[in-house]
Design a protein around this ligand. Structure first.
Ligand SMILES: Cc1cc2nc3c(=O)[nH]c(=O)nc-3n(C[C@H](O)[C@H](O)[C@H](O)COP(=O)(O)O)c2cc1C
Length: 200
């Protein structure tokens, strides 16, 4: 599928075939593509939690407004990120680079994040948002539907997946075979409301 067609045809689908199983090859393909998404300083701080245990899916659905996608999707990713990746063995993000680039990057990472907790968190959300869209477009190109989700109790899900204290949950992405079409697009704001030339 052409990228532009994947963008145009992606919709947030709420009903998935609970019996459809994606192959591990398909799941790995989606994750491999997601891992090509950009991250500032190449930190790659996303952590993709695949919820494959049926009991855990049910427990997560219970704290997700009983949304059926949680149990019925063929693949449920809890998109998390490590807010402290900027100070964990940073050489591994740049070890293949030329020494001159590496020697510039490592202190730059430290200077950018240290003592800036909001930046540490904001950057994870930027990265996860981009990765989520990569996942949804890749899924679409492979003939699947998807739904981004944040209608859940973040603290309860964190508890259920043993989220480390220095990590954060960004959203879920549910992927599978849609059984009902998304409702028609409810409204698209005009470009004139959304695009600002030069300054507000
Ligand atoms: C961050 C985020 C959270 C969302 N959470 C949910 C959700 O919990 N449940 C749901 O059914 N849809 C959820 N959606 C889907 C939106 O309702 C949907 O993207 C929007 O209505 C536009 O429709 P479209 O994605 O089909 O174009 C979410 C979307 C985003 C971006």
């Amino acid at each position: 599928m052409h990228t532009l067609d994947a963008i145009r045809s992606r919709r947030s689908v709420k009903h998935f075939d609970p019996n459809h199983q994606m192959t591990s090859q398909e799941k790995n393909e989606i994750l491999s593509l997601a891992m090509l998404s950009p991250t500032a300083f190449n930190l790659q701080h996303w952590r993709f939690v695949l919820v494959e245990d049926a009991d855990l899916r049910r427990a997560i659905r219970d704290v997700s407004m009983n949304q059926a996608q949680v149990t019925d999707a063929s693949m449920l990713i809890v998109l998390c990120a490590d807010m402290q990746a900027w100070q964990k063995d940073t050489l591994r993000y740049w070890q293949g680079a030329d020494a001159s680039i590496r020697d510039f990057m490592l202190p730059a990472i430290d200077g950018y994040y240290r003592d800036h907790p909001q930046v540490q968190r904001d950057e994870t959300m930027r990265s996860c948002g981009i990765a989520a869209q990569t996942i949804m477009l890749a899924a679409r190109a492979m003939g699947y539907d998807s739904c981004p989700m944040d209608g859940f109790d973040f603290a309860a899900v964190a508890n259920l997946i043993n989220l480390p204290h220095d990590h954060v949950i960004s959203m879920f992405v549910a992927i599978g075979k849609g059984t009902q079409q998304a409702w028609p697009r409810p409204e698209q704001l005009p470009m004139s409301d959304l695009v600002i030339k030069n300054r507000f």
